[in-house]
Design a protein around this ligand. Structure first.
Ligand SMILES: NC(=O)c1ccc[n+]([C@@H]2O[C@H](COP(=O)([O-])OP(=O)(O)OC[C@H]3O[C@@H](n4cnc5c(N)ncnc54)[C@H](OP(=O)(O)O)[C@@H]3O)[C@@H](O)[C@H]2O)c1
Length: 300
């Protein structure tokens, strides 16, 4: 499906809408947004903001912004992502991840904009050994997961025209992430103890941004999953070993369990997301996780 949007059509591949769009990006100083915005700016007109300028939990501010800018698309990269802290700060997690998203969805509905919103593998309980499909039933097991699920429900109940993309285990140049943690730990310790009983698919933010751009050019609205390609998932232990290998570091990595390495918030044991629908509808093919990691490490 190709949805007509306001804007000037500059070129078009078969079945693909390519036009200059007016796009608002929320959460502009976050890890994903800092990779995404320069990529979008090559083709589109961008207005971006972060918490120090506009707060998505302030409904009036959000309505004022969308009324004034009348964007074709609002891309929400803003979120409260502190998974463990959310267990004791439920209020902030829901304020940002649920009600902030509700404000964006209501403003998009009022002014005819499309909303693109990101969610997480943590909306699932992980009690499976098959990659999750976009229409599988969420059942979050943490406050963070519940708050992100509540945001999804607002998007889906308020809007018809939205892209809802679940992703997982992001790493990128501009934010605190597992790759940086492992490199820091490797400097400080000879032996690293890393969890082996959680299976997931890591995702480089540049790839997520590229996939998103191809999806919004397709005009195919819906719920999607996008991560790097892992063929059934990897553990944090495997990911850590690969990070050290790419960097040429010889630290020993010892597998441990989630129980041994207890966190306040529960994580799903298996949270691999099936990306088939994303590729079918956007044409974007996820890149193998080892290749992504190498490309990322070349940039830092
Ligand atoms: N990181 C992951 O591993 C991961 C995994 C799955 C899904 N996701 C999802 O992917 C998306 C992008 O994640 P990310 O890692 O790039 O996020 P991030 O680095 O935490 O960036 C989020 C940005 O939103 C800002 N923000 C927070 N509250 C706000 C508010 N009320 N109004 C406006 N801006 C606000 C934050 O500012 P402050 O820093 O000042 O709070 C931050 O700059 C999010 O939806 C996230 O839930 C992330």
């Amino acid at each position: 499906m190709v949805e007509a949007v306001e804007g000037k059509i500059v070129s078009g591949k078969q079945g693909v809408l390519e036009c200059i769009m007016k796009i608002v990006v929320a959460g502009s100083k976050g890890m994903l947004a800092q990779d995404l915005i320069p990529m979008l700016e090559k083709e589109h007109e961008i207005f971006s903001f972060d918490l120090d300028e506009i707060d998505i939990t302030d409904k009036e501010q959000i309505f004022g912004l969308v009324r004034k800018t009348k964007p074709d698309i609002v891309i929400n990269c803003a979120a409260y992502n502190q998974v463990d802290q959310a267990e004791t700060d439920r209020e902030t997690a829901f304020l940002v991840n649920a009600y902030g998203v509700q404000h964006l969805a209501l403003a998009c509905e009022e002014f005819g904009s499309v909303l693109c919103h990101f969610s997480t593998d943590y909306v699932f309980d992980g009690k499976t050994n098959q990659p999750y499909q976009p229409d599988d039933q969420p059942n979050p097991i943490s406050v963070y997961g519940e708050s992100k699920r509540a945001g999804e429900v607002f998007v889906q109940s308020i809007l018809n025209r939205y892209y809802l993309i679940r992703t997982s285990s992001l790493y990128g140049k501009y934010g605190q992430n597992f790759v940086y943690t492992i490199l820091r730990l490797a400097k400080e310790n000879e032996i690293l103890r890393i969890v082996r009983d959680q299976t997931m698919s890591p995702t480089w933010t540049v790839n997520l941004a590229q996939g998103l751009i191809e999806l919004i050019h397709s005009g195919n609205f819906g719920v999607y999953h996008l991560t790097d390609r892992t063929e059934g998932g990897i553990s944090w232990f495997e990911f850590a070993k690969e990070i050290l290998k790419v960097k040429g570091l010889g630290n020993e990595v010892v597998p441990t369990t989630s129980q041994e390495f207890a966190h306040p918030a529960k994580r799903p044991t298996y949270s691999v997301l099936d990306t088939t629908l994303f590729t079918e509808r956007s044409g974007y093919e996820p890149i193998p996780w080892q290749e992504s990691l190498k490309r990322f490490m070349d940039t830092i």
